[in-house]
Write a protein that binds this ligand. Sequence first.
Ligand SMILES: C[S@@+](CC[C@H](N)C(=O)[O-])C[C@H]1O[C@@H](n2cnc3c(N)ncnc32)[C@H](O)[C@@H]1O
Length: 338
Amino acid sequence: MPLAVKVPREKGEEVRRKLIELGLFNRDYRIGREGDYLLIPVVEPVEGFETVEVELEPVRRRPHSYQEVVRVPKELRPSLPSSFDIVGDIAIIELPEELVPYGKEIGRAIMEVHRHIRAVFAKGGKVGGEFRVRPLIHLAGEKKTETIHRENGIRLKLDIAKVYFSPRLATERRRIFERTQPGEVVFDMFAGVGPFSILLAKKAKLVFACDINPWAVKYLDENKRLNKIPNVVPVLGDVRKVAGQIKADRVIMNLPGHARAFLKEAMLSVRDGGVIHYYGFSPEEDLFGKHEEAIRDVAEELGLEVEFLDRRRIRNYAPRQYNVAIDFRVYVRSPQVQ
Ligand SMILES: C[S@@+](CC[C@H](N)C(=O)[O-])C[C@H]1O[C@@H](n2cnc3c(N)ncnc32)[C@H](O)[C@@H]1O
């Protein structure tokens, strides 16, 4: 039974404040009443007060995290992931092997705490294939994979089972938006459902948005309408076929696993003095060196010059492995004067 100090009602507020200050107030129970007295819950007997054991109504506090309500064996609790991705009204969690048998319970707990979540999936493997799509395992809620995600003031309709999308890049996309100048022509080489393209088109004159995945281009088209953005030109197909036909002020290369293989296409698609945003994966011990070397080599091959503008770690995607960004400007080399 909980403990409470019994104080005359008129002293109640003063005593409550004092108990909070002393760290003795017990927030798990509501303050009770007994005639002209208040029963203020405390964590231990308090000197100078009459302390009683009494029935008090427990406070129904809304849990803040799924970990507070999930039912898994005690020894597995330290393995519970502290976070998960939310795409629209769908949660996607990465479960360590030992928690896989408790996947459905974890899904249920996520839905109990996050009331706007309609479906929960576990990552069923790595992002793979040409479309960079991830296998998913349904854990709880509706078996739906289509949703509308909001970020940076735009709405993105997408199907998490058919296209690539990561909500973790929202800050990076914002950063590129801030660097974009009004009137620019942008070439988004690996556009997906358009999180860069739709956002940048709010400032740019025109955005060419290419993707090889027909589902991505279908959603990109829908997202143009959803956000009332007319100046995005969706291009379905291999970017190698379009590169060089466009001369953009700004090129975005968001295919981090393979970006090096497309550097030539990117450099052929940027105007003299234009900027390329390159994304790659790197181990902690060499975040930028290998990528910058590849950038210099391709520029040399094409007779171009590069000026590195910025380099940054975007996120940690595996232990000691990072998703990095390198921004560089490309110049046509001035002819050598004899
Ligand atoms: C990592 S995702 C990035 C999507 C998007 N930029 C975003 O931030 O969500 C890479 C995208 O490149 C597309 N892709 C892969 N190879 C391609 C190619 N050769 N030509 C055009 N698109 C390609 C994939 O279908 C995928 O949608």
